[in-house]
Ligand binder design. Structure first.
Ligand code: AMP
Length: 591
């Protein structure tokens, strides 16, 4: 196969390529005609702004209740469909359950499950009720789970019997606010562990009647955790009004049409899996495929074919793993229904965009956003040319900018030239903009200057207005599309009696983007050894879970620190990669 260097720098879109006319064809016209008020009005048309009601009940009221909302594929091959009407009924019931437990509007409901129907019922039922919903990734270990529930002052947790016993029971005593734990998959009520209730028993006992409640645009709806370079994970607060972004991006960036079969491969424990694995496809009344199993190249190709997936939203790590599995596997299946592929979460190499074109017959459309933005902000659109390697153009209604922070705390320079390089910023005010980091006002306000939200990503804009990702401005690690805060990993390592200090970096990896590597120095009385290394890896995996734990550990006599005592992760990384060490003026002597 050619390398991308031999390819044109643009994939041109022509009308003959489109199976259905894309929702966005003329970018300038779409931008000038766009208003968020019009989107919100069209969507809500006089109803309460509630994500679940607009996503589910609106279709049932409009006569589309029989349409399939979700097709759940279990790891063992069973298939279960839930129609929009089923989902309306089950989410009403779950809202009644929350009422019967005495949960107040705005209190936090955490959901820790694999991709099973109950996760979707709990998330949407919680939103319908007016609780604040926080889905957690089921591959987290006890530590990240406990930290997040504690920050969110979680009052209810929906999880499975197995996950509870493995990951929550040991930390339950640290979570005094957590009054109710509802377990899925207990054999019967009599076997639930102490302090828990059986999810299905409560659901069955709830009234079979619509739940009456109301929420407003600015009511808090979702709490999504993300990681910074320092400190604890940040709980990004999102409101019900974010639904306008979910709807507009589903229309423009994912090009959803009512007859689509949509597959978002992201887990709802991460923001993509909630905004686009649950909310946006429901808003558009399409059918979503949900696969409970983990990545498997052969299984994924079989799902694309057998489920007749027409729009597929996935991630660069998954695409690179498919590329690694070889084109022959892909060619054992046929994808006549597939008409649009998009990807998010990490840089998408031009090779991957072209691989889609060569092997699946469709290029891959990269798009960019973050937990804080709540929805897609920059995208390659179905109807517009792709520049492989670029994240695309800002969504209509989103004003992106390239900026430079000044020396002082307040100043900001917006780079006006058509082509520019610096930090990516967004003009504040789009509907799904996060409204706070829970309990951390100062940290939240530091993200804004002169009316712009500063993303912490470095990017370049070319003369055509396309944005290109350069890198993160901080030390946060992106592994398999998941943000990992080095501090959280360092803290878990430091809990081990042998560890004096720990510094954690992202080490470039051709498949998953970055892997987590930890450097540790040992306390007096401990010596580096292969056995200790294994013990530390095991300790971290047990505390943090496989998704977050380091894959590699190296011993150092001491870690490089600044004079003010901060571990210089940047220097650890430069040394690891054999890169120039940069400015060492703040390095403590001897490190
Ligand atoms: P998260 O908040 O976990 O969704 O992670 C957001 C971060 O992922 C962004 O700030 C970027 O650093 C990275 N990211 C997301 N989408 C892209 C993309 N298309 N290209 C490059 N990096 C991306």
């Amino acid at each position: 196969m050619d390398t991308h260097a031999d390819r044109p720098d643009r994939i041109r879109k022509v009308a003959a390529d489109w199976r259905i006319p894309p929702n966005l064809r003329d970018y300038a016209v779409a931008c000038s005609a766009f208003s968020w008020e019009a989107v919100s009005d069209r969507l809500a048309s006089g109803r309460d702004v509630n994500i679940a009601r607009l996503a589910i009940d609106r279709h049932v009221e409009g006569g589309a209740g029989a349409r399939i909302a979700f097709r759940f594929l279990s790891a063992t091959g069973e298939c279960r469909d839930l129609s929009y009407a089923d989902l309306a009924r089950l989410t009403d019931r779950f809202a009644h359950v929350l009422a019967s437990l005495g949960i107040a509007k705005g209190e936090r409901l955490f959901v820790l499950c694999g991709r099973i129907p109950e996760l979707y019922i709990a998330v949407l039922g919680g939103l319908k009720y007016g609780a604040v919903v926080s889905p957690l990734f089921s591959a987290f270990g006890p530590e990240p789970i406990a930290t997040r529930i504690a920050i969110g002052a979680g009052r209810v947790l929906v999880t499975t019997d197995a996950l509870y016993r493995r990951k929550v029971e040991s930390v339950r005593a640290q979570l005094p606010t957590l009054e109710h734990v509802l377990l899925v998959g207990t054999d019967d009520e009599s076997t639930t562990p102490p302090g828990t209730d059986d999810f299905s028993t409560l659901l069955a006992a709830a009234p079979e009647a619509p739940f009456v409640g109301s929420t407003a645009v600015d009511d808090m709806a979702l709490l999504h955790f993300t990681s910074g370079t320092t400190g604890k994970p940040k709980g990004a607060v999102h409101v019900h009004g974010a639904v306008a972004t979910h709807y507009a991006t589903g229309q423009y960036a994912l090009d959803l049409h009512p007859e689509d079969i949509f597959w978002c491969t992201a887990d709802p424990g991460w923001v993509t899996g909630t905004s686009y694995g649950i909310i946006a496809p429901l808003l558009h009344g399409v059918t979503s495929v949900v696969d409970a199993a983990e990545f498997d190249a052969e299984r994924w190709y079989a799902i694309l074919e057998a489920q007749r997936v027409s729009v597929w939203y996935t991630a660069p790590t998954a695409i690179r793993m498919l590329m690694k599995a070889g084109p022959e596997l892909a060619r054992q299946h046929r994808y006549p229904a597939l008409r649009f592929i998009a990807s998010v979460g990490e840089p998408l190499n031009p090779e991957a965009v072209w691989w889609g074109q060569d092997v699946l017959g469709l290029p891959i459309h990269d798009n960019w956003w973050q937990t804080e933005t709540g929805g897609i902000m920059i995208a390659n659109f179905a109807g517009l040319d792709i520049k492989p390697g670029s994240m695309g153009l800002p969504l209509p209604g989103v004003e992106a900018a390239i900026v430079q922070r000044g020396e002082g705390d307040e100043s900001l320079r917006v780079l006006d030239a058509a082509a520019a390089q610096g930090e990516l910023a967004l003009k504040a005010g789009w509907p799904s903009m996060f409204r706070g980091y829970l309990g951390e006002d100062e940290r939240y306000h530091r993200c804004f200057r002169d009316g712009y939200y500063l993303t912490g990503d470095l990017a370049r804009r070319d003369a055509d207005g396309y944005y290109w990702f350069i890198g993160r401005a901080d030390d946060v690690i992106k592994s398999a599309g998941h943000l990992i805060g080095p501090f959280e990993v360092e803290s878990a390592l430091m809990e081990h009696p042998a560890v004096a200090e720990a510094g954690v970096i992202g080490k470039p990896d051709p498949v998953v983007g970055e892997t987590v590597k930890a450097f540790v120095s040992l306390r007096k009385g401990f010596e580096p050894s292969a056995a200790l290394k294994l013990a530390l890896l095991g300790h971290a995996r047990k505390r943090l879970g496989a998704a977050v734990a380091p894959k590699e550990i190296a011993f150092l006599p001491a870690l490089p620190r600044t004079r003010s005592g901060k571990i210089m992760r940047r220097l650890l990384k430069a040394r690891e990669l054999g890169l120039p060490e940069g400015d060492l003026s703040t390095l403590e002597s001897g490190a």
